[in-house]
Write a protein that binds this ligand. Structure first.
Ligand SMILES: [Mg+2]
Length: 412
């Protein structure tokens, strides 16, 4: 039996946006790590680790994972807020890490064992022009990737009324005087015109062998989301992601009646009650909650098991702002979940990976973890500190504000 003696947060990445929970125990050398990263609220997360998590957990038996999860969830009476859910996830992953080390087994074996040889990952291909996108797709195909997300330009790309992103002249965008955003105006109709055309061109060039996905980033009005899903049907996507924001999930009923384009949803969810109807009514095909935003391995495993009974597959969210610890937590769930669907690509530099010895490796579109007991990776605290650039870490970080031509903000 191990007892928790210390809980603290370690902040790293050049911009200071990764927060790692470290749980130490009364057993010599026995500790665990978990991801509590929140790109936009790192300071708040760090404060919550110190002010809430540490006093709640010190003295507890590390093996009481379920009870620690339940009692911490409701320790502030209200629950399901994204910051506290993430902090709780950091503790939960660290406790699974410790349990694995005590058992001498990698976490996926504690979850039921391996269902597959490795974990397929989907790539992020993008280009400001169709030609640039095609080159990026070809680069991934040449490297052996099968699953490729295709985007025109950056976040929201394909729907902006400016040259290079949507192909329409700048003059057609009526910019309001108070619009301080750097980018052009987002236009639903431009998006509906450009994205299906993009997939038409991609299928013409690459055929139906590659498994293509697309992320709408919740930009469209609900009725336009239905229209897009229908327009994409002939291009047979592996899935379209976040075609609706969480506020309008009821529209999935219309989408499912209108077409067969597979739907992936969930990276903005933090509470199982939000998406339960979508699973029960089989309105989505892939569940995309970020493991840390779900609250860690404990709830994510339950979500995966629930989805299995409804024919919904997992596609845990990763992407640009996640850290190697969250990636590894997803990896263990991916290996052990029969209804695994796909894993999202991450973007790490060599300097960042050096902070996490034992990190997963992605090669030719497949991710491989280590067989080291626990999560399989650790944190080099000196390297973590050296990586952070204080001026960058101190800067406030906010989500991009895309706006329509009249200045109305587009909800992500
Ligand atoms: Mg997404």
């Amino acid at each position: 039996m191990a007892t928790i003696t210390r809980v603290r947060g370690i902040r790293t990445r050049a911009d200071g946006t990764w927060a790692i929970v470290k749980i130490e125990t009364n057993q010599p050398g026995l500790h665990g790590i978990g991801s509590a990263s929140d790109h936009f609220r790192t300071g708040v997360v760090m404060a919550a680790i110190e002010e809430v998590l540490a006093p709640k957990l010190v003295g507890r038996d590390t093996a009481d994972i379920e009870d620690i999860w339940q009692s911490t969830l409701t320790s502030g009476y209200w629950r399901s807020d994204s910051v506290m859910g993430t902090v709780l996830a950091g503790a939960d992953m660290a406790l699974w890490d410790i349990l694995g080390k005590e058992a001498g087994l990698p976490v996926y074996r504690l979850l039921g064992g391996r269902c597959r040889a490795a974990v397929p990952v989907y790539a992020h291909a993008a280009g400001d022009t169709l030609e640039a996108l095609m080159d990026d797709v070809q680069r991934y195909l040449d490297d052996g990737w099968t699953y490729i997300r295709c985007q025109l330009g950056a976040y929201g790309g394909g729907g902006f009324l400016e040259p290079g992103t949507g192909g329409r002249p700048r003059a057609s965008a009526l910019r309001p005087p108070f619009d301080t955003t750097r980018r052009g105006a987002f236009d639903d109709e431009a998006y509906l015109e450009n994205v299906p055309a993009m997939f038409g061109a991609l299928r013409n060039r690459f055929g139906f062998g590659p498994k293509f996905t697309h992320d709408v980033h919740e930009h469209l009005r609900p009725h336009q989301a239905v229209a897009l899903a229908k327009a994409l049907e002939p291009h047979r996507l592996f899935f379209v992601e976040d075609i609706l924001p969480p506020e309008h999930v009821a529209y999935y009923r219309h989408i499912k009646q209108a077409c067969t384009t597979p739907q992936a949803m969930g990276e903005l969810f933090t509470n199982v009650a939000e998406f339960l109807p979508l699973v029960q009514e089989r309105l989505i095909d892939f569940m995309r909650i970020r493991v840390s935003k779900a609250g860690g391995i404990t709830p994510a495993r339950k979500i995966a098991n629930l989805c299995e009974f409804y024919g919904v597959h997992t596609a845990w969210q990763e992407g640009g702002d996640n850290d190697p610890v969250n990636q590894m937590a997803a990896y263990h769930l991916d290996l052990a979940s029969w209804n695994f669907g796909i894993q999202e690509e991450n973007h790490f530099t060599d300097d960042e990976l050096a902070v996490f010895p034992g990190h997963a490796v992605t090669e030719n579109g497949y991710m491989y973890g280590s067989e080291v007991p626990g999560l399989g990776l650790d944190i080099d605290e000196a390297a973590a500190g050296a990586l952070m650039v204080p001026e960058r870490a101190a800067r406030p970080k906010f989500m991009a504000e895309d706006r329509r031509a009249d200045g109305t903000m587009v909800r992500p």
